[in-house]
Design a binder for this molecule. Structure first.
Ligand code: DHB
Ligand code: MG
Length: 226
């Protein structure tokens, strides 16, 4: 008798996520305290999973990023991962629409010891992004905010980047909703428009990976500004 074919039930993929996280990420007080304080402040528990945080950190290091832009700070969990990837003199600019989130984020960044290299800008990203125009180009851009605006954020990522800039978009699968052409969800439609932009806009070359982790069934798009 052969073994039954394993199926990726939520229980099974959470077990694998926990195994991979334990094996490859391990534990870190500042990151875990950031999530605890975010939860205590009643922010939504939608920070990236640990393996995805480490993916951001590795992409930043692989690409040699010195200047990073994040759209959507929440409690700064992903921001800490990104800031830790920076060489001396590098910086992260992270944009957060909710002042309460930004307050939690700043405290978490200070405790993690990276407050001096992260600037938290409070405001709607659509308002803040034009203010960043004219500065040094960003080497990596992480888009993780209101999905309805993904095309706007991708356009800014190309404008504020340079050839070689890495762009990562979170939440591009949305429990499979992205493959539903009849979806009525404004968020899923925003994700679809963003992926279509990545496909047709000659400024980008992109792929996407599905993820099954403690956050559920989702995915990340990874693009290069060409
Ligand atoms: C949602 C947003 C996110 O950025 C995320 O990682 C998960 C969920 C949301 O708005 O539901
Ligand atoms: Mg997200």
């Amino acid at each position: 008798m052969s073994e039954p074919t394993p199926v990726p039930t939520p229980d099974a993929w959470r077990r694998v996520d926990a195994y991979l996280s334990e094996t490859l990420v391990g534990h870190d007080d500042a990151l875990e305290q950031a999530v605890a304080d975010q939860n205590a402040a009643d922010l939504p528990a939608i920070e990236v999973a640990p393996l995805n945080g480490k993916l951001l950190n590795l992409l930043a290091r692989i690409s040699g990023a010195r200047r990073i832009l994040e759209i959507g700070t929440l409690g700064a969990y992903s921001t800490i991962w990104l800031a830790r990837a920076l060489p001396d003199g590098g910086d992260v600019v992270t944009i957060e629409a909710e002042p309460r989130n930004a307050e939690v984020a700043r405290a978490n960044l200070e405790r993690a010891g990276v407050g001096d290299r992260v600037e938290v800008r409070v405001g709607r990203a659509a308002d803040v992004l034009p203010e960043l125009d004219g500065g040094a180009p960003f080497d990596l851009v992480f888009i993780d905010a209101d999905k309805e605006s993904n095309t706007v954020y991708l356009d800014w990522a190309a404008r504020l980047g340079r050839p070689g800039t890495v762009v990562v978009v979170d939440n591009v699968v949305r429990s499979g909703g992205v493959a539903d052409p009849a979806t009525e969800s404004a968020q899923v439609i925003g994700v679809q428009r963003g992926l279509e932009l990545l496909a047709r806009d000659p400024r980008f070359d992109a792929t996407a990976l599905q993820t099954l982790d403690r956050k559920g069934w989702d995915g990340v798009a990874i693009a290069l500004v060409v």
